[in-house]
Design a protein around this ligand. Sequence first.
Ligand SMILES: NC(=O)c1ccc[n+]([C@@H]2O[C@H](COP(=O)([O-])OP(=O)(O)OC[C@H]3O[C@@H](n4cnc5c(N)ncnc54)[C@H](O)[C@@H]3O)[C@@H](O)[C@H]2O)c1
Ligand SMILES: O=P(O)(O)OC[C@@H](O)[C@@H](O)[C@H](O)[C@H](O)CO
Length: 379
Amino acid sequence: MHAVHFGAGNIGRGFIGALLYQAGYHTTFVDVNDSIIRALNSEEQYDVVLAAEESETLTVKNVSGINSISNPDAVMQAIVQADIVTTAVGPNILPVISELIAKGLRERLKSNKQSLNLIACENMVGSSTTLKENVYKYLADDEQAACADMFGFPDAAVDRIVPNQTDEDILQVSVEPYYEWVVEQTAIKGDRPPISGITYVNDLKPYIERKLFTVNTGHAAAAYVGRDMGYTAIHEAVRDDNVQAIMQGALQESGEVLIQTYGFDREEHQQYIDKIIERFMNPYISDEVTRVGRGPIRKLGPNDRLIRPATLYMDLTGEAPKYLAKTIAAALNYHTNGDEEAVKLQAMIAEQGYIRTLQIVADLEADDPLIDIIMQELE
Ligand SMILES: NC(=O)c1ccc[n+]([C@@H]2O[C@H](COP(=O)([O-])OP(=O)(O)OC[C@H]3O[C@@H](n4cnc5c(N)ncnc54)[C@H](O)[C@@H]3O)[C@@H](O)[C@H]2O)c1
Ligand SMILES: O=P(O)(O)OC[C@@H](O)[C@@H](O)[C@H](O)[C@H](O)CO
C-alpha cells in the first residue's frame, strides 16, 4: 500500500507517518523543505520518540520524500499510484498544494480506476472539505463530476502534541504518547483505509469542535496569556496560577458551549479537560508558546478556537465570555518578530486600532457585543 503525505513536519512525521507505517503503508512525504526530503531519501527511516517517563522509540520505515518545488511531476505520479493521500501542512497552505493535487487527480482519472481518499489533518473545522474546494478550483466541470465519483475528502480531527524539534538528527521527532485521529466515514470512497489508529465516525462535527474548542482553546490561552506574562514554554506557563485561572475559565466557557450543543456529559467533559491540562504539563515535552500561538490572525478567525466559542457562549447563555475575552485580548497583544501573522496583526493594530482590527480578523459586525467585552479585558 502506498501513502502520499503532504507536509513532513512535526505532526506529519510524528503522528500521521507513524500510523501509516504501522498500518503497512510505504509513505512518500511531499515537502518544500529540501533538507528533510534529502534526509528521508538517504535514511529511508526515522525515529519517533515518546516523551514520557518511560520513553519508547518507534522506528518508522518504508519512507521516501519528494520536493514538490523541484519535482512536481513525481508528486503527480505518486498521487496516480497512491492508496491514500493525507496532509498536515497548516490551513493556510491547503490552497498552495491544491493545484498540484488537482493535476495528480486529473492524471489519475486517465489511468487508475481505483477510488482514493484524501484526508487533510489540519486544526480546523472542515479541513478536507476545504482542501476539496481548493482542488476543484483547478478542475473543469466534467473533471469535477468524475472526481466526485472516485475521490473522497473525509474531514478529520487529529490530536497529538508534537512540539518543534531540537534533536541534531533532523528526522527524529519527540511526541507525547497520547493520540487521537477521527475520520468522517460517510465521506469515504471505496473501502475505509485500514489504519488501526483511526476512529471512524458518521458525524465528525462534535469531535472536531470538541478537540478544537478544548485542546486548542486551552492551548491558545496558555500561549497568549503565558507569553504576555513572560513565559517561553507551555508547561511552565500553565503552572502559573494566573494563566491557569484564565485557561480553566476559558475551558469552562467553551465546555458550556460544547455541552449545550452536543449534549456531552458534564462530568465526562470535565475529565476530558483535566486530561488535556495534564498533557500540557508533560515535563518531558518543551513546547514553545510561540509554536502554540503561531498564526494569531488565523487563530482569531471567526470559526477558530477563540471567537467561535466566545460567540456561541454569548448566544447560548446570554452571558459575557469573560475568560475567552481575556484570551482574545492577550492574542491581540501577541508580539513576536518571528511570526509573519503576529507582525501583520500588530501593524494592523498600529494603523487601524484594536477595534477595527478585531472586526476585520474575526469578521465581526461593528455593533457585535463581543467587541466591547474584549476591549474591557484589553484595558
Ligand atoms: N504539531 C502539533 O501538535 C499538531 C497537532 C495536531 C494538528 N496539527 C496540525 O498539523 C498541521 C501541521 O502542523 P505541524 O505542527 O506539523 O507544522 P510544521 O510546520 O512542523 O509542518 C508543516 C510542514 O509543511 C511543510 N510545507 C509548507 N509548505 C508546503 C508546501 N507547499 N508543500 C508541501 N509541504 C509544505 C513545511 O515545510 C513543514 O515541513 C497544522 O494544520 C497543525 O494545526 C499539529
Ligand atoms: O497547530 P495550530 O497552530 O493550529 O495550534 C497550535 C497547537 O495548539 C496545536 O498544534 C496542538 O499542539 C495540537 O492541536 C494538539 O493536537
